[in-house]
Design a protein around this ligand. Structure first.
Ligand code: PMP
Length: 307
């Protein structure tokens, strides 16, 4: 097979630039939605002034699973990874806001799976300490790709092309997020979160085999629901079930638990009592106001009130 050698020059930004200077910013979409695996983690200020990350071990383990599935080497141990988060968030944290950190293992060298080299990049963003506002949602014409095409189980940037198109589709219709169906026309998940539906006082969500990411927040929701004596079931969901559901919401690290007030133009119960109760319980658990045994919070030692 033909091999690609490093050339001396590339054409970029309207001119020839030396190969080593032909760079993109690591935050640009060409990079973040390309050949990489990533995780989004959230950290919250706690009542005692500590700053704690939610389920950091589970995020690290999922990053490694995604990397394994895409044959991307990951040289960092869990302890090294924690130290990186500590260093970056320690430099950025501000006591009035929580933080969301994106950890991306980029492929920086190699071709077609040979001589693959990766680099771990972490970026972190301030987040308001507010309860997520309710949203209107639609059902996209774009679909989650199947497990034999681009498996949803792999948290890679390339998997988010359909999500991006779905958001673009929903925006002019007033939908803040969209449901993606799977290749069989059943509900998979939302563009960057899992779908929760309530029917007859039971919380229902599709299993990962319906084309969803193996969500860490969803497992938390399941545990919280069990403690709250709310029935929780993982089973396939038809599209029409969404249109007759009592409540709909989404869950994920960034959107936490967000309730939908309408789906595809059809209004849902204003109050969403069950999902709102789970939302409250979730926020109280991650903020350490009412800890829950399933929700693991890891303190970052360098992150202190007042920076
Ligand atoms: N599905 C998709 C497509 C996502 O991007 C996310 C966010 N990571 C989720 C589900 C929810 O996963 P988690 O609860 O682990 O954040």
């Amino acid at each position: 097979m033909a091999q690609l050698q490093r050339p001396a020059w590339a054409y970029m930004k309207g001119k020839l630039v030396p190969w080593d200077e032909a760079t993109l910013h690591i935050g640009c979409e060409a990079a973040t939605r390309g050949l990489n695996v990533f995780e989004g983690l959230k950290g919250y200020w706690q009542p005692d002034g500590q700053f704690k990350m939610v389920m950091v071990r589970k995020h690290y383990d999922r990053l490694r699973r995604s990397a394994r599935l895409l044959h991307i080497p990951c040289e960092y141990s869990f302890e090294q990874y924690l130290a990186i988060l500590d260093q970056l968030i320690g430099a950025l944290a501000s006591p009035d806001r929580d933080m969301w950190a994106r950890t991306t293992l980029f492929v920086t060298d190699g071709h077609w799976g040979e001589n693959t080299v990766s680099d771990l990049v972490v970026t972190a963003y301030h987040q308001e300490k507010t309860t997520p506002s309710s949203i209107q949602m639609g059902v996209s014409t774009w679909r989650r790709s199947s497990d034999v095409a681009l498996p949803a189980r792999i948290k890679t940037g390339s998997n988010y092309q359909a999500s991006r198109l779905a958001r673009i589709e929903g925006k002019p219709l007033g939908y803040a997020d969209m449901v993606l169906l799977n290749q069989s026309g059943r509900v998979a998940e939302a563009t960057g979160s899992c779908l929760l539906m309530v029917r007859d006082e039971t919380v229902i969500t599709p299993p990962a085999t319906e084309g969803t990411l193996e969500s860490i927040t969803l497992d938390i929701v399941e545990s919280l629901a069990q403690s709250m004596k709310i029935p929780f079931v993982r089973r396939p969901i038809d599209r029409t079930e969404l249109l007759v559901a009592d409540e709909i919401g989404i869950c994920g690290t960034l959107c936490e638990i967000t309730v939908a007030t309408a789906i595809q133009g059809l209004s849902l119960s204003e109050k969403s009592p069950i999902l709102s109760a789970i939302q409250d319980r979730y926020l109280n658990a991650v903020r350490g106001i009412n800890p829950h045994p399933y929700v693991e919070l890891t303190a970052l030692r360098s992150v202190k009130v007042g920076g």
